[in-house]
Write a protein that binds this ligand. Sequence first.
Ligand code: SF4
Ligand code: SF4
Length: 417
Amino acid sequence: MQKEALLEIIMKCNRCGVCQEVCPTYKISGSEFQVARGRNRLIRLALEGQLDLNEEPEIEKFINQCLLCKACEVSCPAGVPTTELISEVRKYYTGTKGLPLLKKIMYRGVFSHNKRISLVRKLGRIYQKTGVNRLVKFTGILNHTDEMLPDLPPRNVREQIPYILKSLSNPAHKVAYFLGCSVNNFFSSIGVATLKVLQKNNCQVVVPEVNCCGAPHQSAGDIEEFKRLAQKNLDVFKDLDVEAIIVDCATCGSVLKDYVHFFQEDPYYHEIALKVAAKIKDISSFLLEIDYQKDLGEIRAKVTYHDPCHAIRYLKVTEAPRKLLKNIPGLELVEMKEADMCCGGAGSYGVFNPGISRKILAHKMKNYRETEAQILATSCPACTMQLAFGIKLFKLSGSVKHPVELLAEAYEKAREK
Ligand code: SF4
Ligand code: SF4
C-alpha cells in the first residue's frame, strides 16, 4: 500500500480509546504501546518521518506483539483497519531486513514443505516417546516451550486416508477437504473426525495435495513466500468440480478466503481466488446447511466453547459450532466469560512472545476454570494447542476438542448402541 493511502487510513483514528477495552495485549500490559491506538500512532509518526522504524527496536517489538486478533477493529467506531496497518509494517520490516533466523527456519524452512513438516512430527514424537522431553523439562532450559506441542500422532491424516475414505454409491454432496498442515500432522484426530463425519453425511470427499495456507508467512510479513504458496493452492483448486471446500481450521479458512486480497493486480489468480473464496466452508456451518444426521449417542459432560479469532472475526462463524455441541445428547454447553477473547496462541505467537502469550493464556484459563466444564471446545488447531498447553501449565482438568471430534464420537456411540 502507498504511504499516502496508509496515512489516509491512519488519520481515521480519533484516539477515542475504545480499543483499550477489548485489546488482549493492552488488558494484560496496560501499556499504550500495546493497543491499537498506540500502535497506530507509532505507525503514523513513522509515516510522517518523525520516527525511524529501523532505529527503534522497541517499536518492532510492539508491532510484532499485536495478535492480529481484530478485536479492536470490530469495536472501533471509526472503522480503523488496524491489522492491515500492522501487516503493512511487518511487510516493511521483512522486506528491509529479511525474516529473523528462527522464523525463517520455521516458516520457509519447514512450513513451506510438506515432507519437512511430517519429518518434524516424526522427530517430535521420538522426542516425546523416548523420555528426552522429561529430561529437558527437568533442566528447565526450554521454559516449557516444548510442552506447547500436543502428543504427536504416529501417522498423519494423509497416511490414514486410504483406510478412511470410501467411494459412495449415491453421494448427496461432492466436496473437497482442505487438509491443513497443522491438522494433518499435529492434530490428526480432528482431520480423521472431519472425514468420518462428512462421509457419515453422504458426502463424497476429495482431499487434494495442498501446501500450507501461508498463514505463518503472511503473519510475519513474508508476502513473497505467502503468495508463492497461495498460487500453488489456487492451482490445485482451480479445476476441482466440488460444491464446497471444507475447512476444520479457522485460520486456514480465513487465509484461503483472503487470497483474493493479495491478487488484485493479477486478473488470472484473482479470478480463481474469488471462486475458491466462495466455496470455502467451515465444517460446522456446512453441516448445519446440509441438515446433518442427528442419529447421535450420548456424551455426558459439560462443555464450553472458545471462539477462535479467525472463526468469529474473520470467518464470522460463532453460532454454528455451538449448535453442533448443543445438539449432542447429554452435552451441556456453558458459556465462558470473554469466550471471544484471543487465547494468546495466534499461530506461533507463543513461541516468539512467551511472556505476554502466557499472561493472556492465564486470563483465558481463569475463565475456563470458572465454567467447571470438562471439555473445552474450539475450532482452530492453533487455539487447541494453546488451550491444551494452558490446561497442562496451570494444572487444570479437562481436554480440548474440536466440535467435529465430539460429533464423530456421538455418531460412534449411536452405532455401538
Ligand atoms: S477504537 Fe479506533 S478510533 Fe478509537 S482509538 Fe482505537 S483505533 Fe483509534
Ligand atoms: S489486533 Fe488485537 S492485539 Fe492487535 S491491536 Fe487490535 S485488539 Fe490489540
